[in-house]
Write a new protein. Structure first.
Length: 230
């Protein structure tokens, strides 16, 4: 079955695939995760706010973005961000925004909606007694969130946050449509150059499976340990 396959193409190109492609994928995943968690936490706090307008706006944004296909959001931000920059800065021409910056903004704003729902559940899982005790001690709302609620919410939701990050790692492959040098994009260039599409795409699938499965197993072990601590 594999007698006509040339798997040496992997050996010839592995430095480019991992040092360029996988490095780009991991970098974008890391930046998008950090930004997504920060923005998502702010959205979660806004959704739980007593101010109806703020809560409604945050809820509408989260529900809107989650209802859209990610590939559409990628194209939307890629073509829209330069004009948003032009409007903000008052420039005469659309702002020059690189493909990487557009992709990063896209994933932060998109993944923030999912991180938001995870953090909202984490915040709501904190006992109301602790909140009342914090107010009784004279803590302000922001102090209560920073020192009491959010640390516990992060710990409770850590397995879900990491699981969503694994999904983010897989979704980053969609930047291939913008000709970005991610792992899938790098493999595609090698495949077209050497006319070895089957070998390269099979290799990409194996790498993604191994990494996602390993990370998922690690998250399960972490979840079990956190359950014991509780």
């Amino acid at each position: 079955m594999f007698e006509n396959f040339d798997f040496n193409v992997i050996e010839r190109s592995w430095e480019y695939l991992f040092y360029t492609g996988m490095a780009f994928t991991l970098q974008l995943t890391l930046y998008a995760m950090v930004g997504g968690v920060v923005v998502g936490t702010l959205l979660a706090i806004a959704r739980l706010s007593r101010f109806k307008v703020l809560s409604s706006v945050a809820g509408a944004y989260v529900n809107l973005i989650r209802a859209l296909p990610l590939i559409l959001v990628i194209f939307w931000f890629y073509f829209l961000v330069p004009y948003i920059g032009q409007w903000v800065t008052g420039s005469r021409q659309p702002m020059k925004v690189g493909a990487f910056a557009s992709c990063l903004i896209t994933f932060i704003m998109f993944e923030a909606c999912y991180y938001c729902e995870i953090m909202r559940a984490g915040i709501q899982s904190i006992s109301r007694g602790q909140v009342s005790a914090g107010y009784a001690l004279g803590l302000k709302h922001w102090q209560l969130m920073v020192y009491v609620v959010l640390p516990q919410a992060f710990r409770n939701m850590l397995p879900l946050l990491l699981t969503q990050t694994i999904i983010l790692f897989q979704d980053v492959s969609l930047v291939y449509v913008l000709s970005m040098p991610d792992f899938l994009g790098a493999a595609s260039k090698v495949a077209r150059r050497d006319s070895r599409l089957v070998e390269m795409y099979l290799f990409v699938a194996v790498v993604y499976f191994v990494m996602a499965y390993t990370l998922s197993t690690g998250v399960k072990h972490l979840q079990a340990r956190l359950a014991i601590v509780r």
